[in-house]
Design a binder for this molecule. Structure first.
Ligand code: BEZ
Length: 250
């Protein structure tokens, strides 16, 4: 996945704006050490730091880390992969907003988080849950299949159920204090091109190996099919379903 950090900040700021509620749930305290796993362009890392905590932001995208460093030069940002980062520090909390659905190797990530927490340290995370953006995914796959791309699938996203994810957390040594699956219909920024902008920012993997002409045809068909359902009161609304968890290292 290649990230365009500028368009992410300009057109998809809702990703970190919604995350401020998750920072409230984290409730960072002065002098706590907190790891922001998948910090993106750094807005929530800064929000956590503003509570007096010491924060480190990790992200797999060099473009996002460069943007974060440019926006918040006083903070500590590093490029790292959630499945195999190695740090000497042990943290009071690991925070992660809108990232874990990008990493299908969930067991590896959970074990990494567990290893980097102090005893009784907490994980506070939110990401896409079961059936997230289901109408968009279904329409995209249908039109890709109909255009001859029979192998198309969405297997680079991981949208687990509460049961699946809570069980994994327990398996790898966490006590699950909260696990919630909820609907969060999300207004997309541009009233006219919002759905296409969203697909191009977050779903470009659908079009690997797809010709530019076929991509344009599929995007037009998906817009046409979903307009009666997801275009409401002059705005595109994506059918987000979130999984929110708070878990403590046992
Ligand atoms: C999400 O935050 O749920 C999400 C974002 C981009 C693609 C898929 C899901």
């Amino acid at each position: 996945m290649q990230w365009n950090a500028d368009s992410y900040v300009q057109k998809h700021a809702f990703v970190f704006q919604y995350g401020t509620g998750l920072v409230d749930l984290l409730a960072p305290k002065p002098n706590e050490s907190i790891l922001d796993l998948g910090c993106g362009s750094g807005e929530l890392t800064q929000e956590i730091a503003s509570h007096g905590a010491t924060v480190m932001g990790l992200d797999a995208s060099a473009a996002m880390i460069a943007k974060a460093q440019q926006q918040f030069p006083a903070l500590d940002f590093r490029i790292a992969d959630a499945t195999d980062f190695e740090l000497p520090e042990r943290f009071d909390a690991v925070f992660s907003n809108a990232v874990l659905h990008w990493v299908p190797e969930a067991s590896a990530v959970i074990q990494q988080i567990h290893r980097h927490l102090k005893p009784s340290g907490r994980l506070v995370a939110e990401f896409g849950g079961q059936d997230n953006v289901g109408q968009i995914v279904t329409a995209l796959l249908r039109h890709l299949h109909e255009s001859g791309y029979k192998q198309a699938q969405a297997n680079w996203w991981y949208f687990p159920s509460v049961g699946e994810y809570a069980s994994l957390l327990e398996k790898y040594g966490f006590r699950v204090r909260l696990a919630q699956h909820y609907d969060r219909n999300t207004i997309l920024a541009d009233p006219e091109h919002g759905l296409t902008d969203w697909i191009e920012q977050f779903g470009d993997n659908f079009f690997t190996g797809v010709s530019a002409t076929d991509k344009a045809t599929v995007l037009a068909a998906v817009n046409g099919e979903l307009r009666p359902v997801l275009f409401q009161d002059g705005q595109w609304v994506a059918d987000y379903k979130r999984l929110r968890v708070v878990a403590e290292k046992r």
